[in-house]
Ligand binder design. Structure first.
Ligand SMILES: NC(=O)c1ccc[n+]([C@@H]2O[C@H](COP(=O)([O-])OP(=O)(O)OC[C@H]3O[C@@H](n4cnc5c(N)ncnc54)[C@H](OP(=O)(O)O)[C@@H]3O)[C@@H](O)[C@H]2O)c1
Length: 280
C-alpha cells in the first residue's frame, strides 16, 4: 500500500518541505513518488536535488498520476489553483489542504472533488514534532481517512476532529502557536541581555528553562497554575514579576492575539481583507 502511493504537493514552500521530510523519514511515501509543483523553477530544482523527488511547474499536469494531493499554497493563491485543478483530479485521489481558512465546502466545490481532508499543521513538523489538527469531508472513505492519518502522524502529533470550526481555532492556537513561543523566547533572551548577561548564556538559560518546565509539566500531570505556585514564594521575585506581567495585561494580550488570529483565519476562508484587530 505504502509503496503504491504517489503524492503531489502544490505550493513547494516551508510547509511543503516539512511534509516531504516527514514522508521520506517515516517511509510513508518513497522520495521518487513525491512530486512538488509550483511556479518557481529554482525552488523546484532545490527540492529535487535535496530530497531526490520529482517536480513539475504545471499544477494540472502534476496531479495526473497522484493518489494523494497536498494543497500548500498561501490562501490568496488558492482560488487560482483550484480553478486549474477543477474537474481534473483523479477520481479516487485524496486531497489534503493545509491552507489556512479554506473550508471543506470551498475546497470540494472549488475543485469539484468529494474526498477532502482539511488539516492545520505547524512548523515544528519540520523536525517531526508538529501538531496537526484535521477533519474530513463526509464523502471521505475510511481507507482515505486512514491514509490521511498516517501522513499527518509523520509530522508529529495529530488530532482528528469532527467539528470544522476547531480547525480555525487550531490555526490560532497551534498553527500560529510557534510564532508566539518564539516571540516569548526572544523577549526573555533580550531581557537577559538587557540585564547584562552575554547573549550566548542568556540563550542557554532561556532554552533550558523552557525545556525543563515542559518536561516538569509533563511528568507532574498537574495544572500549570499549581506548578507556578511552587515557584512563587510570598513577597518573592516570582510574585513581583507576575504582578507586573498581570498589570501589563500579559494574559489578556495572549487571549486577544489568539482571538485575532482565529478571526483572521475565518476572514481568509471568506477571502476577506484584514480587519483591524483593535475593533474585534
Ligand atoms: N507556515 C506555517 O507556520 C503554516 C502552518 C500551518 C499551515 N500553513 C499554511 O500552509 C500554506 C503554505 O504556507 P507556507 O508557510 O509553506 O508558505 P510558503 O513558504 O510561502 O509556500 C507557498 C508556496 O506556494 C508557491 N506558489 C505560489 N503560487 C503558486 C501556484 N499558483 N501554484 C503552486 N504553488 C504556488 C510559492 O512559490 P513562490 O514563493 O515562488 O511564490 C511557495 O513556494 C498556507 O496556506 C498556510 O496557511 C502554514
Amino acid at each position: 500500500m505504502t509503496d503504491q502511493n504517489r503524492m503531489t504537493i502544490i505550493g513547494p514552500g516551508v510547509m511543503a518541505e516539512a511534509i516531504i521530510i516527514g514522508m521520506i523519514k517515516k517511509k510513508i511515501i518513497k522520495a521518487e513518488n513525491i512530486l512538488a509543483a509550483g511556479p518557481n523553477s529554482d525552488r523546484l530544482h532545490e527540492l529535487e536535488i535535496k530530497y531526490r523527488i520529482q517536480s513539475q511547474q504545471d499544477n494540472a499536469k502534476a496531479i495526473q498520476n497522484a493518489n494523494v494531493i497536498i494543497l500548500s499554497v498561501k490562501p490568496q493563491k488558492l482560488p487560482a489553483v483550484m480553478r486549474e485543478l477543477h474537474g481534473k483530479l483523479p477520481q479516487d485521489a485524496l486531497v489534503i489542504s493545509i491552507v489556512a481558512g479554506a473550508t471543506i465546502e470551498s475546497l470540494t466545490t472549488g475543485m469539484d472533488h468529494p474526498c477532502v481532508v482539511r488539516a492545520m499543521p505547524n512548523t515544528p513538523a519540520q523536525v517531526g514534532e508538529g501538531m496537526t489538527v484535521w477533519t474530513k469531508s463526509q464523502q471521505t472513505k475510511a481507507a482515505h481517512q486512514e491514509l490521511a492519518q498516517r501522513i499527518l502522524a509523520a509530522l508529529g502529533r495529530e488530532i482528528f476532529v469532527e467539528e470544522e470550526t476547531y480547525i480555525d481555532m487550531a490555526t490560532a492556537v497551534s498553527g500560529t502557536g510557534p510564532a508566539y513561543v518564539f516571540l516569548f523566547l526572544e523577549a526573555m533572551i533580550d531581557s537577559g541581555v538587557h540585564l547584562g548577561l552575554p547573549r550566548r548564556i542568556a540563550e542557554e538559560m532561556v532554552m533550558q528553562t523552557i525545556k525543563g518546565s515542559i518536561a516538569f509539566y509533563n511528568q507532574n500531570d498537574s495544572h500549570p497554575a499549581r506548578l507556578r505556585n511552587q515557584v512563587t514564594s510570598p513577597g518573592g521575585t516570582s510574585a513581583t514579576a507576575i504582578y507586573y506581567l498581570e498589570k501589563m495585561g500579559f494574559r489578556t494580550a495572549i487571549s486577544r492575539a489568539i482571538w485575532a488570529a482565529f478571526t483572521r483565519s475565518q476572514e481568509l476562508g471568506k477571502g476577506q481583507k484584514h480587519q483591524d484587530p483593535e475593533n474585534i
